[in-house]
Ligand binder design. Sequence first.
Ligand code: ADP
Ligand code: MG
Length: 456
Amino acid sequence: MGQDNIKLWDGACRHLKETLPKDIFDKWIAVIQCREIKENQAILVVGNDFYQSWLEEHYLPLIKNALAVVSGRSFELKLMVDYSLLAEPQEEAESAKEKVRSILTSKRAPETKTNLNKNYTFDSFVVGPSNQFAHAASMASAQSPSRPYNPLFIYGGVGLGKTHLMQAIGQFILTKKTRGKVCYTTSEAFLNEYIEALQTNSLAKFRRKYRTVDALLIDDIHFLAGKDRLQEEFFHTFNAIFENHKQIVMTSDRPAGELNGLAPRLVSRFEWGLVVELESPDVETRVAILRKKCEQLDLSIDQGLLFYIAERISSNIRRLEGALIRVASYVSLTGQQMDQAKLEYLLRDTLDQEKKHAISIESIQKTVAEHFDLRVGDLVGPRRPKNIAWPRQVAMYLSRTMTDNSFPVIGNAFSRNHATVVHACKTVEREQAEDLKLRQTLSLLRQRVGHLAQAK
Ligand code: ADP
Ligand code: MG
């Protein structure tokens, strides 16, 4: 950034320093880095998204005003996040930043040479009814790799602990005397390495690396779906390891049999050993997970609030942790007590996402079928007369706009392919732009679906 602009930003800061209480300035303004000013735009950077949203909500107009005062021009402000900022603290606001930094970095993966996240151990994994079978199976396969639990196939939704459990297995094996070569990789990284090996003529090396391990932990295997060449390669990797009586652990977002575009010979191999599911944790387990996290991060948060968070965020443990970190950052940055109203405000985005989650494609199908006097079976069935085709399109459109599901997932739920869903969404969008009655119908359907979700 040029000298003039540096002066400009310094001037604005000085102005703010004079107008704001010192602790506010230290906490919220001193942490901002001005990265660039061009024409009438200033690009400001902060170290995490918590600062970003807080500043956007509370201080942007003041900063804008300060810049205008010192320059005589008006600026548009763009506030961005650069996580590396927290790694180089400035003098001011040191202790608050220190604390937030330690919270954030302990969350991010401190990776060891084996690229296993040190935090993902059996010790830090909270066991409850939703995961006890998966946990027991993982322990067993870690204790006696290559025995009856081979391969171990762990599946479940996003953020339910698949990667954690899988890495715990790896870590456990590495603590044993007999530890061998443990290899953790994601299916995507496996693909990238494979492509690189092809390009650099080093396929032999690539194969040696993967086929001679004592335990292969391969994450997010659903990524293989539809990638034939990769499946072919993995098929041989799998066989080599299996025939050597070495352990294979896989994770997936759904059972192997439900992965579209996975070769049958792989599906059957994936089901040879033990298949276990991770389900959404119940509220007690969620509270226990939050308590454990507080312990790890050395946070003290009111138990009532923990319960409040746990009650409202149920679909995804990563999201649960994110909420806790947000609350903890707030408390340590502002030094203020947390209460229910503040909590609701701080977590509003997450809570919105949770509501979205509570709405299922099935509940939409049910509501739409009822409204058009059809059966759900009609909507998902093969027939396509107009009196069914239209409600089906409406239901697809609502599924896309009211839930987080992807086109293929919605397609699946209607026994159609994803292009059909894309087409349905476009059609309904186009029609409603010109059709008031349709807009009213959609609004009514949305309300009913919403009520169903709340009643759950
Ligand atoms: P997935 O791989 O299924 O998407 P992760 O294994 O990445 O999910 O888990 C998401 C986050 O939730 C991680 O930080 C993990 O440590 C945490 N987590 C998940 N399950 C548990 C559990 N039972 N106990 C403690 N932490 C958990
Ligand atoms: Mg994962």
